[in-house]
Design a protein around this ligand. Structure first.
Ligand code: NAP
Length: 326
């Protein structure tokens, strides 16, 4: 039987989500990969135990995580029931709706019809009464923002979600979404954008908007799906994400290789792994509430959370990083 580490809150840092009372761990764990029906269930279970032992109180999901879609939520539900039933109040569980989940006109994007059905399905799969954060996973160009925000407002008012969030919204849409939700009386407390040393669009405008609106920011793929680690320094190892179908392609590894080698040298000089430096670098901006990582082994979780012991950068280190990234 799983017994959480009694010292689990000692070394993690918890940050307020923007101006709001909710705190998130500086490192959160996402279940996009490695928790699906095709993955090893016991490995996923061990990852969640380790994460919680390290003070990671936030697990991030979406309706479509798997594969197959929905299976990550089902697996999480099983693990919550087996191991975390006494700890629900110590956990922040999020889910999202926005990508294709079932056939027909009501199975994706941002209509109220889809968002409501999707949340009900997610709760059923996870066997939960509520999620802590419910996100609109992407803006829908063919649905008025009011409608998608009404769906988030309704999710919160009905008690099926505690907080509303948005993901992948550009700065102008995020501002508008925040305004609409404020008017409806349910604040938008968090944005979930992609951000890493390799993907920096949020620096242009979005972070300023989030600060003005008092919203938190949880950044996904901070390790660029594993590129910003020591994993691909010498080619593409067996079993890594770049060997699996889909998201990280071998050409991404080839394009990034020179920069990875340069960044790894700076990390070594700081006495850190490249993964640790990449995560610390994202957290250098105090508007970032949490880095949302993925992991395929408990060793990766240890490595990544250890980063919190060295998160400061000198001006020279930051300038050297910029030189490598140019
Ligand atoms: N809102 C959205 O649209 C959206 C989109 C994408 C992701 N997300 C969220 O963000 C979460 C994280 O995304 P991500 O998985 O792309 O994040 P990531 O942290 O950039 O990449 C995670 C991968 O990096 C490798 N890795 C992690 N730590 C390592 C270490 N210390 N040393 C070596 N390799 C290491 C592992 O790859 P291997 O499997 O190869 O070992 C791991 O699966 C997702 O689970 C999801 O919750 C949200």
């Amino acid at each position: 039987m799983y017994k959480p580490d009694e010292k689990r809150y000692d070394s993690m840092k918890y940050n307020h989500c923007g101006k709001w009372g909710l705190k998130l761990p500086a490192v959160s764990l996402g279940l996009w990969h490695n928790f699906g029906g095709v993955d090893n269930f016991e490995n996923g279970r061990a990852l969640l135990h380790k994460a919680f032992d390290l003070g990671i109180t936030h697990f991030d999901l979406a309706n479509n995580y798997g594969p197959p879609p929905g299976s990550a939520e089902e697996n999480l539900g099983r693990i919550l029931k087996q191991d975390f039933s006494a700890h629900r109040d110590e956990l922040i569980i999020s889910s999202k709706a926005g990508y294709t989940m079932w056939p027909g006109p009501y199975g994706d994007w941002g209509s109220r019809k889809y968002m409501r059905s999707s949340l009900d399905q997610s709760l059923k799969r996870m066997d939960l009464e509520y999620v802590d954060i419910f996100y609109s996973h992407r803006p829908d160009p063919n649905t008025p923002l009011e409608e998608t925000m009404m769906a988030l407002d309704h999710a919160v008012r009905s008690g099926k979600a505690l907080y509303a969030g948005i993901s992948n919204y550009p700065a102008d849409k995020a501002k508008e979404a925040s305004r609409i939700l404020k008017e409806l009386g349910t604040p938008c407390i968090i944005h979930q954008p992609k951000y890493s040393m390799f993907v920096r669009w949020i620096e242009d405008e979005l972070l300023d908007v989030l600060e003005e609106e008092g919203m938190g920011c949880i950044t996904f793929s901070p390790l660029a799906q594993g590129l910003l680690t020591n994993k691909y320094l010498k080619g593409i190892p067996e079993g890594s994400r770049a060997t699996r179908e889909g998201f990280l392609k071998s050409e991404h590894v080839e394009t990034a290789h020179k920069r990875i080698v340069g960044l790894n040298k700076i990390a070594e000089e700081r006495g850190q792994s490249l993964a640790q430096m990449a995560l610390a670098w994202v957290l250098r901006d105090k508007r970032v509430t949490s880095v949302l990582i993925g992991a395929s082994s408990v060793g990766q979780l240890d490595d990544n959370v250890e980063m919190l012991n060295n998160i400061e950068f000198s001006d020279e280190e930051l300038a050297n990083i910029e030189k490598v990234l140019k």
